[in-house]
Write a protein that binds this ligand. Structure first.
Ligand code: FAD
Length: 811
């Protein structure tokens, strides 16, 4: 066994084998896989191993397409072919028009990744899958490339190829300890000796947290028992004369594929069961949980009704095994939060279909620091510290119970809530707030007009449209107040703080005391990594002179990692997280200054406290830090308050706001207003697939300022010209917004993709941002967007149609 390797991948299921293979494909051959038993002896060996292309965002569709292409290539290997039933096709069923809207959206989104799904009616579903009845069915989405693969052969094919390229695989070699050296490299202790390496990868399936514990990390991954059975031959299949397509049923929660002359049917029962919460028997190897068909009785009935032929079929065998879920249902593939040189590929609940693609994207991140797609939807740092075993399990149960029921826009499911709150949460709840969730934080979405007000799950504008319009109207006429919980706040101190940040930002970092600036951080390829405000708070009785770095709530661990990773040992810089200690109250609208002046001593005039200023003060008697910045396009103040004083500040502002017609507003109003103002959203419009020029942020780039991360790559990119350009669009429809992912078409050709969209209540327009081919980015150009299956006209317009001369912000 080697004693040193560049990477040690731990776990020999599909996740580990795919990672190992792709590391060699990306050019690293000094890599090792260590497996405690035999390859595939975890979950992989008994997987139903369906391979599908369907995903809810472009990254998922892209990585699944990679799996399909790779598996096809492996299946066609003339020397070592493997069994892959490729392109049987598959149908996801729907019994409501709303589900069909979703399928239309996902089909539009997938087109941008070169994937053609087809939305079909109930009759056509039945024609393509002759075993099903069309009763109570509206239709479905057809995924032409669905199939299934032999998991054992797949993993062996991947490791065979990896070995050929120089990788080594050690089976029956359990990892028993992980220790990190001072220089960030690792010692991997196994039962057969130690291996030193630069990078470790956790690919341990349901044993993810056994390995996590060895490095002091708890991963938000829980296991559920999951069952399928195989039937004897079914004569109707033979009679059909073609293989049966895969089936996924969100109505009765089962899936089904052909297996030899019969069917394999798997269930997602409501009465489901977690597994291994209190530890896993070390001898659970190549093993299954006891059969329990009683448990799936509720969903079995639905399958029988849909496929009557099933009732006559005998059951050949039953498989019940552990399957992993994460706290939001999507896998965790990427950097392990807070750890250097440590990655994971875990929480895979459809690992056979996705594993090829996940290993591909992970290997790119390990070797190159970034993948070809923005991988935020998979990034393990998308949750912060609140994700313990209980919360993860509650969300896992909820996800399992809703396996094929995708989230609708604005749908936030109830399990594990509230997880993160502020002292104001119950106060706002008593004001009839409807809450949304951001990284576990409860945030006001809007204030309901009555306690029993509810919206439907739909892709169209919903019943809250007028409610949000009224919130926007009141704040743009008078004044509004909104709590922004969980906003990422990092305090940076030390004599080298400006030099440090200047190296990270592509624009000048303002050094003027009492000033705030917005800027962008790029990766080494010149692509957008982060967006942050930098506020310079001068020395005061509250502390030394310091910078408050502020960014999106979900970016807490991501940005912290990025800052720490780039800190030099010889730099005098201290970094401290304040996110959990401070909450923001946003005061916005033409009367905002009047309100602030009533409850806070001092001169708040525009001369004394102009736009982009920061000042420490008291609101009433409670300490606060106020920044004159605006995401709404109105005169606005961000009031940062320690949580201990939050209620006091809230009361003071409410009282001062009363004579000025103050109303509360929520995240939906903010979303609408930022669209009108031309402001972008991190990880919707600001992603690692585009540079700041492509994203329309040239005014934030100062190539003359000296070195910064990504500068030379950006200069190169400038010479090559943009791949796409971000534009603002006015959509000619009052029915539905253009959701992120919607394709912009020229005939049959995709010429762009929407990154986000919403109704602009103040300008009365349906607005969207989209990345489109640069030649199309001409103001006034008419384009066609596929919104929920309809081709809708969209006009390219100047960004930020609301108050384009900033008269309101600067008032
Ligand atoms: C019943 C069922 C049906 C399924 N059907 C499908 C399907 O149709 N399509 C699909 O895509 N997915 C399906 N899945 C999910 C899929 O099988 C899993 O997502 C996938 O197999 C997970 O692979 P993995 O590599 O992450 O984990 P595993 O296969 O569990 O591999 C982890 C490996 O890590 C090793 N390991 C653990 N600890 C250590 C250690 N300390 N040292 C060394 N090695 C260690 C284990 O021995 C194991 O081999 C199904 C799952 C179940 C349970």
């Amino acid at each position: 066994m080697k004693r040193r390797s560049r990477v040690v991948v731990i776990g020999g299921g599909i996740a580990g084998c795919s990672t190992l293979y792709h590391l060699t494909q990306e050019g690293w051959s000094d890599v090792v896989l260590v497996e405690r038993n035999d390859l595939t002896s975890g979950t992989t060996w008994h997987s139903a191993a369906q391979v599908t292309n369907f995903g809810m965002n472009q990254t998922m569709v892209g990585l699944k397409t990679h799996s399909i292409n790779l598996y096809k290539e492996l299946a066609n290997d003339p020397n070592h072919p493997i069994n892959y039933n490729h392109a049987d096709g598959g149908i996801r069923l729907a019994n409501t028009e709303e589900q069909m809207q979703g399928y239309h959206h996902f089909a539009s989104m997938a087109k941008g990744m070169g994937v053609d799904f087809e939305v079909i009616d109930a009759k056509e579903c039945q024609r393509r899958h002759p075993l099903i009845s069309a009763d109570n069915l509206v239709g479905g989405i057809w995924d032409p490339l669905d199939g299934d693969i032999d998991p054992y052969q797949l993993c062996h094919a991947l490791t065979r190829k990896a070995r050929k390229a120089g990788a080594e695989v050690y089976t029956n070699t359990p990892v028993t300890a992980l220790d990190q050296y001072k220089d960030g490299t690792w010692k991997v202790t196994t039962e057969h000796g130690d291996i030193d390496c630069d990078i470790v990868v956790n690919a341990c399936g349901y044993r993810v947290n056994e390995l996590g514990a060895m490095m002091g990390v708890h991963h938000p991954v829980a296991s559920m028992e999951h069952q399928y059975f195989l039937t004897e031959d079914i004569p109707e299949i033979a009679q059909a004369g073609h293989r049966m397509p895969l089936l996924r049923c969100p109505i009765s929660d089962y899936y089904c594929r052909q297996d030899k002359g019969g069917l394999l049917i798997g269930f997602y029962e409501q009465n489901c069961k977690t597994w291994g919460m209190d530890g896993i028997d070390p001898n659970f190897v190549n093993a299954l949980c006891p059969d329990d068909l009683e448990r799936v009785a509720d969903v079995l009935d639905g399958a029988f009704t849909r496929m009557p032929a099933l009732m006559k079929a005998g059951i050949k065998s039953i498989v019940n095994g552990p399957i992993t879920y994460t706290i939001d249902g999507a896998p965790l593939v990427g950097k392990i939060p807070g750890k250097r040189n440590a990655f994971c590929i875990i929480g895979l609940r459809a690992g056979l279909g996705e594993g090829g693609g996940h290993g591909w994207l992970l290997a790119q991140q390990i070797v190159h620091g970034e993948a070809c797609y923005d991988t935020w939807c998979l990034d393990p740092r998308r949750f912060s510290q609140h994700t313990n075993v209980e919360l993860t399990s509650l969300k896992a149960i909820e996800d399992y119970q809703n396996e094929f029921r995708f989230h609708f826009p604005h749908e936030h499911r109830p399990a594990g809530r509230p997880a993160k709150t502020t002292p104001l949460t119950p106060i706002l709840a008593a004001e009839d707030a409807e809450f949304t969730v951001v990284n576990g934080w409860e945030r006001v979405d809007y204030i309901k007009p009555s306690a029993d007000f509810q919206t439907s799950h739909t892709f169209h504008f919903d019943e809250a449209f007028d409610v949000v319009a009224a919130e926007v109207d009141n704040l743009s006429q008078n004044v509004g107040l909104c709590e922004v919980s969980g906003f990422n706040r990092i305090e940076i101190t030390g004599s080298d703080k400006y030099d440090f940040l200047d190296r990270l930002f592509c624009s000048h970092v303002t050094r003027e005391p009492g000033k705030v600036g917005l800027g962008y951080l790029l990766n080494k390829y010149g692509m957008i990594k982060a967006e942050a405000t930098v506020a310079n708070i001068p020395l005061s009785e509250r502390g030394v002179d310091r910078i408050w770095y502020g960014s999106a709530a979900a970016s807490e661990l991501h940005d912290m990692d990025w800052l720490k990773e780039h800190l030099r040992e010889d730099e005098s810089v201290q970094i401290k997280a304040l996110t959990n200690d401070q909450t923001i109250l946003v005061l916005a609208g033409p009367r905002a200054r009047d309100v602030l002046s009533i409850c806070s001593r001092g001169d708040w005039s525009k001369e004394a406290f102009p736009w982009l200023s920061v000042r420490e003060c008291f609101i009433g008697f409670a300490p606060a830090t106020v920044m004159s910045i605006s995401f709404s396009g109105e005169l606005a103040y961000e009031i940062h308050v320690p949580n201990a004083s939050l209620y006091a500040v809230y009361l003071a502002l409410r009282k001062a706001g009363e004579p000025h017609g103050m109303g509360l507003f929520g995240a939906r109003a903010v979303e609408s207003m930022r669209m009108e103002k031309g402001y972008l959203h991190w990880k919707a419009d600001l992603i690692t697939e585009y540079d700041p020029y492509e994203t329309g942020l040239e005014r934030f780039v100062k190539l003359t300022k000296g070195e910064f991360i990504g500068k030379s790559a950006l200069e190169q990119r400038l010479l090559q010209g943009p791949k796409r350009k971000l534009v603002s669009l006015r959509i000619d429809s009052k029915d539905a917004p253009a959701y992120g992912g919607a394709s912009i078409m020229e005939g049959e050709r995709v010429i762009g993709t929407v990154s986000s969209g919403d109704w602009g209540h103040r300008v009365g327009m349906n607005l969207a941002y989209a990345f489109i081919e640069p030649e199309q980015a001409v103001i006034g150009r008419h384009l066609s967007v596929n919104i929920l299956g309809e081709m809708v006209v969209a006009e390219v317009m100047a960004s930020g149609p609301y108050d384009s001369n900033y008269s309101k912000i600067l008032a």
